[in-house]
Every structure is written in C-alpha cells, then in structure tokens.
Design a protein. Structure first.
Length: 57
C-alpha cells in the first residue's frame, strides 16, 4: 500500500488554489513592473550632454 499522494494530483490541487495563482502572477509581473518603472524614469530624465573639450587652434 502506498500512502504518498500522486504527484500529478498534488500539483493539480496546488494550481487550483487562488493563492498559488496570485503568487505566480506576482513573481512574473513584479520584476516586469519594476523594469518598466525604471525605464520610464530614465526616459523622463533630461538628456545630459557630456562637455566637449575646447580645442585651441
């Protein structure tokens, strides 16, 4: 007799739980939102031009 649950049943039960779906969405969307925010800040910043050295002729 085998008392351990079937592995496919355990995964299927876990995927049906709302907290599992919420955590999975946070793992996927969290870094993407952070990256998008950083890119938006970088694009909104004024351009910084490096000073050009003056040439003496």
């Amino acid at each position: 007799m085998n008392d351990t649950p079937d592995r496919s049943t355990t995964w299927a039960d876990a995927l049906r739980r709302p907290w599992t779906a919420l955590c999975a969405a946070a793992v996927v969307l969290g870094p993407a939102a952070h990256t998008a925010s950083a890119l938006m800040q970088a694009n909104a910043a004024p351009l910084r031009h490096a000073p050009t050295p003056h040439r003496r002729l």
